[in-house]
Design a binder for this molecule. Structure first.
Ligand code: BGC
Length: 475
């Protein structure tokens, strides 16, 4: 992936697609871990003699690592560069996953999963951010959403592999060795990520921000072609001009009044993505299908249907996000999610779970999520913030996303047991409705705008709001 000049007049999509696909590989590993762990946890339970609480912790300690990793992603990525930190993250998650597959004791296994989580958390914030920063505006939605495509492909491959590996032999082999092979196989995409990452260029925006336009120009030329690249350098420089001599953005600056609205939008969209229940389905689908009366193999087949639906509709989302727009997709998706969750709740409430209704409603819900909140939230988080605070703000929102993921996946089993499945799914339906209303009222459309135009849009909104203030105070 050399950065020799692009002599054609438009953007060099092949090159951008390649480097964005590499940055998205971290997402693949986080999806892979989700489903490989759900395949492995029954055997881990026996191997380490785990009670329910300890099993939950063994699975979700990774999410704690992700939350912490995401929290540091902004500061590290702004200081050291996107690429260096992604390389460090790749080392952490590859080593964490590989060594955890060899761990001889539970505390060691948990500690290594947390290290893996640190790496995954860092890339979950920086991968989409990197893709947004290298993308031509017209294709930015798709290129950032590649991350989600990688996540769902990882989920699907992990579940197919776990059926393959654990179905290969008896329970005793799986308890001693099978889960190790399953988790250890994550090292392959990890090493692929690391070797390919050394070939991708640093984000040109980061280079310009750090006073290295001479290094950024060849990369921009390669991405955009002669004419647009020079314009890009000027636009990026202009958007950084106000920041000259201001040093790195601080948390104080991030939480300042002028960024309050935009930060609130980012954090809430990240939280909505999780509290609308997707990971309750992702982590516990076989269990839910079992509650509807499906046998073990039936429930596993249905889980593969869920993975396939997720993949197909994520591809649809990639195709639509730059055409239909971010806002429209989220509105349609969250409306359909609200309806399907209400139906699932109703099926459990009325005891009508034996037929295909629950499976159909779950598949519709997953499809609607994949088209909307699944892919599009990552796009929004990577593009709505002004460049000065983008690294920090994206990291804070990604941290909120992982924390909400932790809260949902931890509380779901006890919610099911105490409030029952009907109330639990209605709760998720309520959250989806709230996501719809909030998006309708507060989220601006960013389709087709360059990052600098999005920045200018916020500036205009602020100026407009400020100009209204004195006139509102007039008698
Ligand atoms: C979410 C993950 C979820 C996945 C499912 C992603 O966008 O961030 O938490 O497991 O979608 O497809």
């Amino acid at each position: 992936m050399s950065t020799t000049k692009n002599t054609q007049s438009g953007p060099n999509l092949k090159f951008v697609l390649l480097i964005s696909a590499v940055a998205a590989l971290g997402g693949f590993l986080s999806g892979f871990d989700t489903s490989a762990m759900s395949g492995a946890n029954g055997f881990l339970k026996q191997r380490f003699d785990l009670g329910t609480g300890m099993l939950g912790w063994t699975v979700s300690c990774l999410i704690i690592g992700c939350t912490v990793g995401a929290a540091f992603a902004g500061t590290l990525g702004d200081r050291l560069g996107r690429k260096k930190v992604m390389i460090g993250a790749g080392v952490l998650f590859t080593a964490g996953m590989g060594f955890s597959a060899l761990a001889s004791s539970l505390p060691l296994f948990i500690a290594l999963r947390m290290i893996e989580g640190l790496g995954l958390g860092l890339t979950s914030a920086l991968g989409p951010l990197y893709n947004a920063e290298v993308a031509p505006a017209r294709y930015r939605g798709r290129l950032v959403a590649l991350n989600q495509l990688a996540v769902v492909s990882g989920i699907l491959l992990g579940s197919l592999l776990s059926f393959g590996i654990t179905g290969m032999s008896e329970a005793s082999w799986n308890t001693s060795t099978g889960w190790r092979v399953l988790l250890g196989s994550g090292v392959v995409p990890g090493i692929l990520f690391l070797s390919l990452l050394s070939l991708v260029p640093e984000s040109p925006r980061w280079l310009i921000k750090h006073g290295k336009p001479e290094k950024a120009l060849p990369i921009l030329l390669k991405i955009h072609g002669e004419e647009l690249a020079r314009q890009e350098v000027l636009d990026i420089k202009a958007s950084f001009a106000e920041e000259a001599g201001m040093g790195h953005a601080s948390f104080k600056e991030l939480f300042a009044n002028k960024h309050r609205t935009i930060l609130l939008i980012g954090v809430l969209m990240a939280v909505f993505q999780q509290i609308t229940g997707i990971n309750a389905i992702m982590y516990y689908a076989p269990e839910i299908f079992r509650q509807t009366g499906a046998g073990t193999s039936g429930s596993l087949t249905q889980t593969v249907f869920v993975g396939l639906t997720n993949l197909i509709f994520t591809i649809l989302s990639l195709w639509l996000v730059d055409k239909a727009g971010r806002k429209r997709l989220i509105l349609i998706g969250s409306a359909v999610m609200t309806l399907s969750l209400t139906v699932i709740g109703y099926a459990f409430h009325s005891g009508n779970t034996a037929g295909p209704l629950v499976l159909a409603a779950i598949l519709i819900y997953v499809a609607a999520f994949a088209v909307s909140l699944g892919a599009v939230v990552w796009v929004i988080l990577a593009e709505i913030f002004p460049s000065r605070i983008r690294g920090l703000a994206t990291a804070v929102c990604t941290m909120a996303l992982w924390a909400a993921n932790f809260a949902v996946s931890q509380s779901f089993p006890s919610l099911l047991a105490s409030a029952g499945p009907a109330a639990t799914f209605w709760l998720f339906a309520g959250a989806s409705l709230f996501a719809f209303v909030f998006t309708w009222g507060a989220v601006p459309e960013t389709k087709g705008k360059s990052l600098d135009e999005i920045e200018a849009m916020w500036q205009e909104k602020r100026e407009h709001k400020d100009s209204l203030k004195p006139s509102l105070q007039k008698p």
